[in-house]
Write a protein that binds this ligand. Structure first.
Ligand code: A3P
Length: 293
């Protein structure tokens, strides 16, 4: 485990090729032996790739599009965050089946039993240019405790150097790409959801073995639009503000667009990210960083 410190933020640690904060690293010792169940549904993504979107879709697909039920409980309780301190491994271990579990860990860092129990796993990826803009907004501006003292350009540079929490991005998504043909694995893309949410809800339902009526699909699509989710207090993480974890003037649901990076990134960062896509990803990996693609 290699500590890294560059003066802009608290220590980060490299753990089996990935950068983790001290806080997450402390819990990693309990991850390999965590008991996985065959009927778990895991939602895995690099941060800011549309994880919350998939959490809500999966919950609704599995609950016959019961939006009233979804609106009764916050998403972090319905689909807990695996490696976060709340609710913690013990609480997740005692949840009834089928459990829905969200993780930002790379696939290779997940519990050992993922390989033997083979639970259904949905992975969503997004283009890195919009991710880095979204990640800065979330990590530096939205969260209160991350203590990053650098500016936006510093954060982008750290991202391109693979030194952000859960990075390297390219390694994280490449691991998922390698699994894309596995029966228990579904690879989705944020930009595809933006282009056709109806189609992607149907893809998720088929993968999870649920048959939904057109009316149920339409209800999920409406409930999961950007504007609807932004104003939905069970998914927009506004509750973190009451707990002092997030700042009042910012919003988890920021822009929800494809290609917004054009309004934010410097030419140098765009060049660095293009290089990562060109040199570090598998040749046929489709990164979609504009609407037209
Ligand atoms: P932006 O910051 O670009 O707006 P995650 O859930 O992995 O943290 O990802 C959060 C990003 O997904 C945010 O991106 C958020 O707005 C976007 N997102 C979440 N739900 C969405 C939806 N229903 N439609 C479009 N974008 C959504």
């Amino acid at each position: 485990i290699v500590p890294e410190y560059d003066g802009t933020r608290p220590f980060f640690f490299k753990y089996r090729d990935y950068f983790l904060t001290m806080e997450h690293l402390e819990r990693m010792k309990d991850v390999p032996s965590f008991e996985v169940r065959e009927d778990d549904i895991w939602i895995v993504a690099f941060p800011k790739s549309g994880t919350t979107w998939i959490q809500e879709i999966v919950y609704l697909v599995m609950n016959n599009a019961d939006t009233t039920k979804a609106l009764q409980t916050t998403i972090d309780r319905r689909v807990p965050f695996f490696e976060f301190r709340m609710p913690g491994f013990k609480a997740i271990s005692s949840l009834p089946s089928p459990r829905f579990i969200k993780s930002h860990l790379a696939l290779s860092l997940l519990p050992d039993q993922m390989e033997t129990k083979k639970p259904k796993t949905i992975y969503i990826y997004r283009n890195p240019k919009d991710i880095v803009v979204s990640y800065y907004s979330f990590f530096v501006k939205f969260l209160t405790y991350t203590k990053f003292t650098g500016n936006f350009e510093d954060f982008c540079r750290l991202f391109t150097e693979d030194k952000v929490h859960n990075g390297p991005w390219w390694k994280h998504v490449t691991e998922a790409w390698a699994r894309r043909h596995d029966d228990n694995f579904l690879l989705l893309c944020y930009e595809d959801l933006q282009a056709d949410l109806d189609k992607n809800v149907r893809i998720v339902a088929e993968f999870l073995g649920k048959s939904l009526t057109d009316e149920q699909v339409a209800r999920i699509v409406k409930h999961c639009s950007f504007d609807s989710m932004k104003n939905n207090d069970t998914v927009n993480y506004e509750w973190l503000k009451d707990r002092g974890i997030a700042r009042g003037e910012t919003s988890f649901f920021r822009s929800g667009k494809v290609g917004d990076w054009k309004n934010h990134l410097s030419p140098d960062i765009v060049k660095r990210l293009d290089e990562i896509v060109a040199t570090k990803l598998p040749e046929d990996f489709p990164v979609k960083d504009t609407l037209s693609m």
